[in-house]
Design a protein around this ligand. Structure first.
Ligand SMILES: [Zn+2]
Length: 345
């Protein structure tokens, strides 16, 4: 199966949480958390369309300025999702700078900030450079379940977890994945070009079979063009397979409610990115700090039946012993060990 997302733990499993998830072939990327972002090039940061913030602890949020400086003068909207209070916090953060030159920018970034609250409540405000980042009036609405947004290609979900304060976990899922059979394309006399993206979109949007697709590609003799109905291309040159799902879970206590929510979000996911800060033998400290142990993280991955698990947010107390954390996650994921379920309700 070809992957949909190219995943990069920006600071490795030990540093601040930040995961760059590049949506392959789309020129667009998701960023889970905003820890230190020095490792991401401006070229990559310019692809970020959505920031999915777990919450606003310093190590999850301190990289915001690095992104801001790259996107500031760009005419685009970036969605930033976070728990209750995120609109206020981002507005205060932006208000700490002087924006007297904002009017001199011909173009400028807008942040659409969405808060995910309990029981499907959502709130939204826009913070635009042209308004010197004064937040727009807040809109509130409610959804069923954990839905965050639906797009033709993707479904995004978010659930609040308990870390003494609210901390969000996310799922990003590609509904269906369209694969091109290159040899069949060549057999039809068609060449590779950006038109294939239009074709994929048309197929995912289930347009009628007779919808014309304009195929344009470059050859040694120059530009070639042909118009072919989408139905024929779908039958002869494409495979439509199930899409991939990635789930991001961090900073949460080992409680029954968190376990239930994580399992319902992560069940059957392809990739689970999950915090594993403590070894199981230090579970008393893990419990006091409302974090998971590596064994608990691996147990969740196994119970959810995910295809692969990527642990991160290792505590610096295990310097030079980080492989123990990874091994403990793996042992529980393989079913060799299992974390005790919590006794609390
Ligand atoms: Zn953290």
């Amino acid at each position: 199966m070809r992957s949909t997302f190219d995943l990069e733990l920006v600071n490795g499993p030990v540093g601040d949480p930040a995961v760059f998830a590049d949506l392959i072939g789309d020129g667009r990327a998701f960023l889970f958390d905003l820890g230190e972002l020095g490792g991401l090039s401006p070229r990559k940061l310019l692809r970020v369309s959505d920031i999915l913030l777990s919450y606003t602890h310093l190590d999850h949020f301190c990289g915001f300025e690095r992104l801001l400086r790259v996107v500031l003068g760009r005419e685009r909207t970036i969605r930033l999702v976070g728990p209750e209070g995120t609109i206020d916090r981002l507005a205060h953060r932006l208000a700490s700078y002087s924006w007297n030159l904002a009017a001199s920018f011909r173009e400028g970034v807008t942040f659409e900030v969405i808060e995910v609250l309990e029981e499907g409540h959502r709130r939204r405000a826009r913070l635009a450079l042209r308004d010197r980042f004064h937040p727009s009036p807040i809109e509130a609405w409610r959804v069923e379940g954990d839905l965050l947004r639906e797009e033709p290609r993707l479904i995004l979900r978010a659930v609040p977890l308990d870390h003494e304060i609210s901390c969000l976990a996310y799922s990003v899922e590609e509904r269906q994945h369209v694969q091109i059979r290159r040899n069949h394309l060549e057999a039809l006399g068609l060449g590779i070009g950006p038109w294939l993206r239009d074709l994929k979109e048309a197929v995912l949007e289930a347009v009628p079979d007779d919808t014309p697709i304009v195929a344009r590609w470059r050859t040694a003799e120059g530009l070639r063009e042909r118009v072919v109905p989408v139905g024929r291309l779908r039958r002869e040159t494409l495979d439509v397979v199930a899409g991939q799902r990635i789930v991001y879970v961090t900073d949460c206590a080992w409680t029954r409610r968190n376990i239930e929510r994580i399992l319902s979000l992560a069940r059957g996911a392809d990739t689970l990115l999950i915090e594993a800060p403590f070894l199981d033998r230090d579970r008393t400290q893990a419990r006091a700090r409302r974090h998971l142990t590596a064994r608990q993280a691996g147990t969740l991955a196994r119970l959810a039946g995910v295809r692969r698990v990527i642990p991160f947010h290792f505590s610096p107390r295990y310097t030079e012993r980080y492989e123990l954390l990874a091994a403990e996650v793996e042992a529980a994921f393989e079913g060799h060990t299992v974390a005790d379920l919590p006794g609390d309700a």
